[in-house]
Design a protein around this ligand. Structure first.
Ligand code: 3PG
Length: 308
């Protein structure tokens, strides 16, 4: 079987080496497409691929149509909002993700950005510490758990809201569960987002929640830019000079945020959360292993799309 790794944003070289080893040890063929500039390059590359590994790369109906031999696509990472699931199902293609494999990297970045902003971008002026500050974790999945672990180490007062996670699990992590999302935003000076981007969550973080946040509020988004209602956030930041927004990836209105809110806005030029060697190895090797296992045994443990 030909297993293609197609990533606009490349994995670290050491991760590619290990992915290749997994693929070839199982007797499959390894192929690589990196830093492609157009969807056509991807369409060309998937033509004879039996399996596909991607990161945030768009796998839509056109990609599926261009890949007549494709049997499985694995998103090396957690969020699979970049994969159109219905065309995969229609073409009998299994779609999977690799949950948890890059979570620590994302959590570390959230704190890297929080510390950078709390210290005024390391500009020499007096900043503030994270110790003793309230942190609200919005969604207590794999990343949320690592965020809690680090926040506890820093001596923050940590709260979490997740209607899908038993409050016992949240408490076991040394975190106080709250009963509503409104309570989380009302209590916490820092809120860190860990919700997926889907039809229910897109644009769901807007004035209704953000206006509840206490003085010197900081919203940290290492989830997806799509979950933010940017117009409402801009309006709120215009009214509240104490509000800071930190985003892992440029928001759609990056220029507006940059011009209007100097010192209160930071974004990474490319999504950086999973950009560590460790996360690249973990998620890339997991993706390759899941494909090899699927071909060998039919194991569909991490399947995210419906069967036809
Ligand atoms: C994820 O959903 O796993 C992260 O957002 C990582 O995305 P990336 O692989 O594009 O860096």
């Amino acid at each position: 079987m030909k297993i293609l790794v197609a990533t606009d944003k490349p994995f670290a070289g050491i991760a590619i080496k290990q992915i290749k080893e997994v693929v070839e040890k199982a007797g499959h063929e390894f192929a690589l497409l990196e830093k492609y500039k157009t969807p056509q390059e991807l369409h060309q590359a998937v033509k004879d691929a039996d399996a596909l590994i991607v990161r945030s790369d768009i796998v839509d109906a056109a990609v599926i149509a261009a890949a007549p031999k494709l049997k499985i696509v694995v998103r090396a990472g957690a969020g699979y909002d970049n994969i159109e699931l219905a065309p995969c199902t229609d073409s009998n293609i299994v779609a999977m993700n690799t949950p948890g494999q890059n979570s620590n990297a994302v959590a570390e970045l959230a704190f890297g950005m929080m510390l950078y902003m709390a210290r005024g971008g390391f500009d020499g002026k007096t900043g503030s510490e994270l110790r003793g500050k309230t942190l609200g974790i919005h969604a207590f999945g794999n990343v949320g758990k690592y965020v809690a672990f680090i926040a506890n180490g820093l001596g923050m007062e940590v709260f979490a809201f997740d209607p899908f996670v038993d409050s016992k699990i949240i408490k076991q992590a040394g975190v106080t569960p709250v009963d509503s999302v409104e309570e989380l935003y009302s209590k916490c000076r820092y809120v860190s987002l860990h919700i997926p981007a889907n039809d229910k969550t897109k644009k769901s973080i807007g004035a209704n929640l953000l206006s509840l946040m206490p003085a010197d509020a900081v919203l940290v988004n290492t989830a997806r830019k799509e979950v933010i209602n940017e117009d409402e956030l801009i309006e709120l930041m215009e009214k509240r000079a104490d509000f800071t927004y930190i985003s892992d990836i440029a928001p759609d209105n990056a220029q507006k945020f940059t011009e209007k809110f100097p010192g209160r806005f930071f974004f990474t030029p490319k999504k950086m959360g999973a950009q560590t060697e460790e996360a690249n190895i973990n998620s890339g090797v997991a993706a390759a292993s899941q494909i090899v296992d699927y071909f060998a045994t039919g194991n569909e443990t991490f399947r995210v799309n419906k069967k036809k």
